[in-house]
Ligand binder design. Structure first.
Ligand code: MNH
Length: 553
């Protein structure tokens, strides 16, 4: 007989278990009861009635600028709201983790085996009538067909919020420190360490870190090109890097992350963080002449970790969200609460961050246009134009809109692979994830596509039932939410993972969040006042051009 759990009968995060020919739902602490955890307890019904919908909250935050201009200036109010954002977003994420890919149910390995990504929803049970449980057709359309039909770029669609290439590469650079799928072991496995640890700068292993370090004054190895500081050559710091055979030895660089020779944009970020590390070491050595190399290195790393989190919240997430409320980072807002300072990376977070539509097909630097072929693996471009000019150019070029039909030719294969991985992992569909994260499931294909009737019809043909639309595919087909860079589902799934990941960093714990962790008040101040502009302008020879995450109007 068919497994009754295939139809996903348990609502509100209740857990389905097969019992003989039937099933049971474990509704413990869901706030609901009944066979399917669908009847609200008294207090739940009150809360549900009073709670504004996610759409309403998003509308409030992205409009009424006059109101937010006042709120932003009143610490009592802005602290209240910021704390609510931290708490509500983090509470949506299971901590400790509840599901992973090794089992369909909670197991000891879910907790103990950190080589797995965790996941927010368990897989579709095996042996169900359809790949998505009971919804949709017996067979899913081929990943190639889906990618060609719905994801492939016809003409470049620029982002409406004028998100630029400097943002695009920040996204890729920052997230690859914790999205590190170990494809040899499987799509649900990771070789990363589940958080903001700056392993993309310092290397995942101590061996790699040691290769990258100069072992004097805490500094990282570097080389000078045209008088400017850049990552060392691979010959000088022999770590594993991925370069195609045609790249000559003198154009190979040693960087924390083995993929970061791939794109000049990633090379720019690797360079600026390397310069910042060595600059912070100078500041610390001046203050602590007695410190050895090791302590200078370790303290600089913590300072850079703090700077990263600050820039990510204040500027990166701020731009992404489109909120008129000014986001900020203040770990103390959580000190009166119970809070789990531990984090895991979710495979769903990884998939929703496949923002390949951001990537343009050409790059404009100082009057020269580079096609993708001339851009890939060509860090030389940065030397040719100079570091400052390259950063300025990245700030002035609009990136692609994250949405349908906007993935360029080099990345279409990645989309195909992602769909295959999701099927391999038996991931539940977009609508199940919408429910899990507190947003109503789509009722029609037309609603999903934001009114695009042609695409809705093609989607219906492909999937049969809107409940059968896969997570990644659905995420890429939605239109951006009003005022934002990404769609509603990306915001409502990504927000919790992102806030939890940033605020559960050990730096944010009451025991760590104090000056001595960062070498004293000066280091603490660097952490709390870091900006994207300072990061670049303090580490650049000559005049500093435009450094922003959006192209000015
Ligand atoms: Mn990208 C994974 C190529 C830009 C986010 N990316 C991959 C993979 C390839 C790849 C190849 C592995 C695919 C697989 O087997 O599943 N990515 C590129 C190229 C460009 C690129 C060639 C630019 C050109 N990628 C970007 C950008 C982002 C991004 C921009 C924005 C955040 N990519 C990801 C994420 C993954 C990924 C996230 C998953 C990484 C992992 O799990 O290890």
């Amino acid at each position: 007989a068919e497994n009754p759990c295939c139809s996903m009968p348990c609502q509100n995060t209740g857990v389905c278990m097969r019992e003989g020919d039937g099933y049971s739902c474990d509704c413990t602490r869901t706030g609901y009861y009944g066979q399917n955890c669908d009847i609200p307890e008294f207090w739940t019904s009150i809360k549900v009635a009073l709670k504004p919908s996610k759409k309403t909250t998003h509308h409030l935050l992205t409009n009424y600028k006059w109101l937010w201009n006042i709120v932003n200036r009143i610490p009592f109010l802005s602290n209240f709201i910021m704390r609510a954002v931290y708490k509500i977003r983090s509470a949506t994420v299971d901590s400790p983790p509840v599901y992973h890919t090794g089992h369909d149910y909670t197991s000891w390995d879910t907790y103990a085996d950190r080589s797995y990504y965790t996941r927010a929803l368990p897989p579709v049970p095996p042996g169900c009538p359809t790949p998505m449980g009971t919804a949709g057709r017996k067979e899913l359309p081929s990943p190639e067909y889906i990618a060609e039909t719905f994801l492939a770029r016809r003409r470049f669609i620029p982002d409406r919020r004028r998100t630029n290439v400097l943002f695009n590469f920040m996204a890729q650079h920052f997230t690859h420190q914790f999205f590190k799928t170990d494809f040899k072991k499987g799509a649900g496995r990771t070789w990363g360490d589940h958080g903001v640890d700056l392993s993309h700068i310092y290397g995942e292993t101590v061996e790699r870190q040691h290769q990258l370090r100069a072992f004097t004054d805490g500094k990282l190895k570097f080389q000078r090109v045209g008088g400017e500081v850049y990552p060392p050559s691979l010959a000088d710091a022999p770590v594993h890097m991925i370069y195609p055979p045609y790249v000559p030895a003198e154009k190979r660089f040693a960087i924390g992350h083995e993929f970061f020779g791939l794109l000049p944009g990633l090379f720019v970020y690797s360079t600026v963080w390397l310069r910042e590390h060595n600059r912070v070491c100078d500041v610390m050595k001046e203050l602590h002449p007695d410190w050895d190399d090791e302590r200078l290195f370790q303290t600089a790393r913590l300072i850079l970790t703090g700077e990263t989190i600050n820039i990510i919240i204040n500027e990166y997430v701020q731009h992404l969200s489109g909120y008129n409320f000014d986001l900020f980072w203040d770990p103390e807002l959580l000190f009166k609460d119970q809070f789990q300072y531990q984090n895991r990376i979710f495979v769903e977070f990884n998939h929703l961050y496949h923002w390949h539509p951001l990537m343009p097909d050409q790059f404009h630097v100082n009057g020269t246009t580079y096609g993708m072929k001339d851009y890939l693996f060509n860090s030389d471009l940065v030397f040719r134009h100079g570091f400052g000019a390259t950063v300025d150019a990245m700030s002035r070029q609009i990136a692609g809109q994250i949405g349908p039909k906007n993935i360029g030719p080099v990345n279409l294969k990645v989309a195909v692979e992602t769909i295959k991985h999701e099927r391999n992992l038996r991931m539940q569909g977009l609508n199940q994830y919408r429910k899990r994260f507190g947003i109503p499931p789509y009722k029609t294909f037309l609603e999903l596509t934001g009114g695009d009737a042609e695409m809705a019809a093609q989607l219906e043909e492909a999937y049969g039932d809107v409940d059968a639309v896969e997570l990644y595919v659905g995420l890429m087909l939605e239109q951006p939410a009003p005022g934002s860079v990404t769609s509603e589902t990306i915001i409502e799934l990504g927000g919790p993972f992102s806030v939890k990941g940033l605020l559960s960093n050990p730096l944010c714990s009451p025991q760590w969040w104090r000056p001595s962790t960062f070498g004293g008040e000066a280091g603490f101040r660097l952490v709390k006042t870091a900006t994207l502009r300072d990061l670049f302008c303090r580490n650049m020879d000559g005049p500093c051009g435009l450094v922003t995450f959006a192209v000015p109007e």
